[in-house]
Design a protein. Sequence first.
Length: 581
Amino acid sequence: MLFSRRQVLALLAQGIASRGVKPRPRGKPSGLPWNSTLTDIAAQAGLREPIVYGGLETKEYIIETAGPGIAFLDYDNDGWLDILLLSGSRVDNSAKDATNRLYKNNRDGTFTDVTRSAGLERSGWAYSVTIADYNNDGFEDIFITYWGRNVLYRNNGDGTFTDVTREAGLLTDDIRWGAGASFVDYDRDGHLDLFVSNYVDFAFDRVPRPGAKNTCNWKGVPVHCGPMGLPKCAHALYRNNGKGVFTDVSDAAGIAAAGKTYGMTVVAADFDNDGWPDIYVACDSTNSLMFMNNHDGTFREEGLERGSALSEDGMEQAGMGLGIGDFNLDGSLDIFKTHFADDTSVLYQNDGEGFFQDLTIRSGLAVETRFVGWGAGIVDLDNDGLPDLFAVTGNVYPELEAKIPSYRYRTPRTIYRNLGDGKFEQLIEQGGPGVTAEHASRGCAFGDFDNDGDIDVVIMNMNEPPSLLRNDVTGDNHWLKVKLVGVQSNRSAIGGRVTCHYGGRKQAQEVLAQSSFYSSSDKRLHFGLGGETSARLEVRWPLGRTDAFDNVEAGRLIVIREGEGIVAREKFGGKPVSPAG
């Protein structure tokens, strides 16, 4: 789509990149049955406390609007997913009880708040979370970014955590807006390093008031300022010395050479299939970054060359959330990225060598431009063997709706159902009451919290309790879950890849430490198998070792330990059917 100079200047004045595109016409509905229903059970599960984040009716500063991520994690190693909620604050500091919250899974569909006993009470403006076992002691640790100073919590293995930010070398002297973050073993030494993006160089006394400048309005309505017009930030890579101490290697590794952007969600994964993790950063209103691993401790930034930095028409977008997966079943990782209203989400298809083609229009995603998109995933919600796309939405301007009713602050979730052949069909009502419900959502995480063989979703809602969408799948489709345990590789197997072969199809997934929007999902990889009752698994470990397993029976969680093979096969809802080893 071509823009006039006047249109481009108008877009730039809005403060957030949006291409101003109209939705494409919708095709005829497929009429195919949809066998997944998502229902919000947060209240009955015990997730009732609101997540405090900025003003309720207006937001005067950009710091109030981005909102945080959320995490599924198994902090106590009992095989059941717990939930970590991040919290913000109020500009006037009136929310004295606002804190991050850890909820323990009671294994009966309910959760208990264990924040205080776990040592995780903390106030401030939290943004993203990455989960992994950075010190290889067998327990998942937590890193959270903040406007202010980030924090690393070491899991003590007894249900408690200790703030080790200073002793780990991660406590900065200056105030930064920490945004996305991901653990990654970029140098393949078996120890997890850490990449952190930064968003805006922000200070309350340096930001204009709403309406004060051209960059402080949206469609003529005075709103908070930014990000355009505010200073951009550089991003950081920290190397783990193997003893739990990190050193900033941003300059030596080539990260600083990429320059400054408005960095958001970070995903570390092998996009060019060379066995080494690359790093992709979704960036708001600036070109997104693709750092390709040189195998020598350095990276080269090639987002523009590889087609993953801009839209198909060469425009910057408000890159926020990232879904990573193999939607077209070719064994390579594709990218689903969410953006602002009056723009489309984007689907980038990987050619197998880390070069991407924008398939947004051809795939059917361009039918939707109404919503501001955030958390996202490429996940098989109905277990039919075709990964679907899921996204949560919500505007950033609560004051806008009163003057322009078509731009609602609270909006529904959306599913793009995979029809095969690279085509998708948008679903809202068919997805169930948890999809049609309207909220101003931000982060979301994917995982099977009730261990029943399907993918559930936990969602952050601004100034409301979270949503916990229980997935109820009907029909005869099968599934398989895989948990990798590293030995020579990092214990969490971050960067480990499983390629699942079933019924003539193959699907690749990797163990990720962050994706969606600022969030961390279940480390157990979930494969829908459709009508197949068994599959072949190929595993590539983070340090390069490969293993293969034939005729793996469906309907089980398969635990694979590096160098030992399958050490457990667990039927959910029952007892293990083979020893844990």
